[in-house]
Ligand binder design. Structure first.
Ligand code: FES
Length: 99
């Protein structure tokens, strides 16, 4: 999936819809973007609102589940299920999103 690079501030999160999928984009600065399914696999909290990135973890602040930003595995907290991670690379002004 390819889309125009969105204009995000560092640390900003944005849900996008592409090819019938919703993806939560998180911009880390430079050419680093993260992509996740937008709802927590624990009880479905909206991670655009409740998700934060701390170091190498995505944390859902609803019940404090921690997920690896690399592979989505649950590291700590209530969720036993992983979160889906999308691999994102940048090519000039485009984002290339892989499942
Ligand atoms: S809904 Fe995210 S930790 Fe419970």
């Amino acid at each position: 999936m390819i889309l125009e690079k969105p204009n995000l501030k560092i640390g900003e999160k944005k849900k996008i819809s592409i090819d019938g999928k919703e993806i939560l984009l998180i911009y880390l600065g430079a050419d680093r973007y993260l992509g996740f399914e937008p709802y927590c696999p624990h009880l479905g909290c909206d991670l655009e609102k409740y998700g934060v990135i701390i170091r190498e973890e995505l944390i859902c602040q609803c019940h404090f589940s921690h997920f690896s930003i690399k592979d989505g595995k649950p590291i700590k907290g209530t969720s036993k299920k992983p979160i889906k991670v999308y691999k994102i690379s940048v090519d000039k002004n485009k984002l290339i999103i892989e499942e």
